[in-house]
Design a protein around this ligand. Structure first.
Ligand code: ZN
Length: 151
């Protein structure tokens, strides 16, 4: 278990040092801004959705190591997935960082996102780890609104 903890720590440090998908997404068709005032994390998530699938996603912003690593791992995890799959993954992630161990979703679904399983012990860090996901969710909901007004 301590080996696993070290591995998880490594993943978070690595993604904080070298965040993936960091920068502006020029041809994004959905975006949202997220802010975690408790820690000062601020993030912009930009998504390009085509045929109900995340074709590309990038993020910008500034924040603590947890929030940055979480955004980096999230963008890696959702690229190419359908909106339904993304909602499912967010559900799994949310359960993992807020629930007790016995209801933890399977690691084979979460893959590297399981690196954040330790934050449940630190309630203020849960908000840092979830910020990117809530911001993504907001971006996807904006999508819904646009679709319904144009229909
Ligand atoms: Zn933070």
């Amino acid at each position: 278990m301590s080996d696993l903890r070290e591995l998880y720590q490594e993943i978070i440090l690595d993604h904080n040092r070298r965040p993936r998908n960091f920068g502006e997404l020029g041809d994004a068709n959905h975006q949202a801004v997220g802010h975690n005032p408790l820690c000062g994390d601020r993030i912009v998530v930009q998504v390009r959705i085509a045929d109900g699938r995340i074709e590309d996603v990038k993020f910008t912003g500034a924040g603590c190591a947890i929030s940055k690593a979480s955004a980096s791992l999230m963008t890696d995890a959702i690229k190419g997935k359908t909106i339904d799959e993304v909602h499912q993954l967010f559900g799994d992630f949310h359960r993992m960082v807020t629930s007790e161990l016995d209801t933890m979703p399977p690691v084979d679904r979460l893959k590297k996102l399981a690196a954040f399983s330790g934050v449940r012990e630190f309630p203020t860090r849960v908000k840092c780890a979830s910020l990117a996901w809530h911001t993504l969710e907001a971006a996807l909901q904006e999508d819904h609104r646009l679709v319904t007004t144009e229909a």
